[in-house]
Design a protein around this ligand. Structure first.
Ligand code: BYC
Length: 326
């Protein structure tokens, strides 16, 4: 299989100082690294980890919203939500394909997710309790995802950077549909506005956690930024997100649930309260409210879909045999 060949190519390439310096020079010159280019094992491993986690986040991320499709309040809302959830499935597929160019198979990545070995975004381990959560997820979760992914469009690895361009275009539609749900609720009855405020209260802090641990606790940031996989640090993106989102909350007439949030004129940005990092690590390590249920749903979908994969394979084999016999 070609992917095995790629891994082999790395292990044959001795990582001499000259090799590493030449690779870094390509990165510094803003050249894109392509699948068949020689690359350090660490660069390959980092990308497989990050792209794999990103793909899993898209696929697991379909679950909280998928659950609301039949309960959306109008035909228009059903159509928009259905389209959004389908887009997320598509994003997962581009990302699994991008990771496959690095020599890992989709089956391996799926097995790791099901075994609880591969991570996915912490945000999807929180429940979606009300219709307003569909607004908050689109507005805040997709809003945070875009803030991170716009930077990834300039990632040094070509297939990942190119996948991100399409993903970002679709995410901006997702963000707008979420904000529009919030706007409708905030211009509605007192109960609807309270529902929107409640969703903001529950999703604000988990959305900030999506950007990852503080820079000081981020194991991979320094090397990933040197390799231009990441272009901004976790804290820098989190601050950009807060600065962009607080005025949007004000426009909705909602209160951001952070009493310490304060504009700092000097730095031209907001100061914010402490993030509950104990909660973050608990959720990342598998002990959030929804972790077990989310992984079980993915396992069930995989098992229940086995017949589809088998049928597709049998059909392809039959066609190939027919063509060969012609
Ligand atoms: N959740 O050294 P660090 C979306 C892990 S969803 C879970 O800073 P890195 C969407 C991290 O993996 C958005 N784990 O790591 C879909 C590492 O653990 P390992 C998905 C987290 O990689 C549907 C450890 O903590 N977006 O689009 O340099 C509907 C130390 O962290 C989290 C992406 O995945 C977290 N929040 O930076 C709506 C973007 N944060 O691997 C929306 C691509 C950290 O050593 N990924 N960890 O065991 C990235 O940009 C980076 O991987 C991160 C973390 C900024 C997330």
């Amino acid at each position: 299989m070609y992917s095995q060949g790629l891994i082999g190519a790395d292990s044959r390439t001795e990582e001499t100082e000259e090799f590493l310096a030449a690779f870094q020079a390509r990165i510094d010159a803003e050249e894109k690294i392509e699948p068949t280019d020689p690359m350090p094992q660490g660069y390959r491993r980092t990308l497989i980890r990050q792209i794999g986690q990103h793909a899993h986040s898209e696929i697991v991320g379909m679950l909280p919203e998928g659950n609301w499709i039949t309960r959306a309040p109008s035909l228009k809302r059903i159509l928009a939500l259905l389209a959004k959830v389908q887009d997320e499935g598509g994003h997962g597929l581009y990302l699994y394909s991008a990771a496959e160019t690095l020599g890992v198979t989709r089956e391996q990545m799926t097995e790791e997710l099901h075994a609880g070995k591969a991570k996915y975004s912490s945000i999807f381990n929180y429940p979606a309790l009300s219709w307003a959560d569909m607004g908050a997820i689109g507005w805040l979760v997709d809003g945070a995802a875009i803030m991170n992914q716009v930077a990834l469009c300039r990632c040094s690895y070509g297939p990942y950077a190119r996948a991100m361009i399409r993903v970002c275009a679709e995410e901006s539609f997702h963000q707008r549909q979420g904000y529009e749900i919030m706007l409708t609720l905030c211009n509605g009855t007192k109960e609807q506005k309270e529902m929107a405020q409640d969703a903001l209260n529950r999703f604000w802090w988990p959305a900030l956690m999506m950007f990852g641990p503080h820079d000081g606790d981020s194991a991979h940031s320094e090397q990933s930024m040197k390799w231009k996989i990441k272009r901004f640090s976790n804290d820098a993106l989190r601050e950009k997100f807060i600065n962009a989102t607080v005025p949007q909350a004000e426009f909705l007439g909602l209160t951001v649930p952070d009493p310490d949030l304060e504009w700092n004129e000097e730095k031209g940005g907001y100061e914010h309260g402490d993030i509950n990092w104990d909660e973050f690590w608990r959720v990342v390590k598998g002990d959030g409210v929804m972790n077990r249920e989310r992984v079980q749903m993915r396992k069930d979908a995989w098992d229940n879909g086995a017949w589809v994969r088998e049928a597709a394979l049998a059909h392809a084999q039959k066609r190939a045999a027919k063509i060969a016999a012609e």
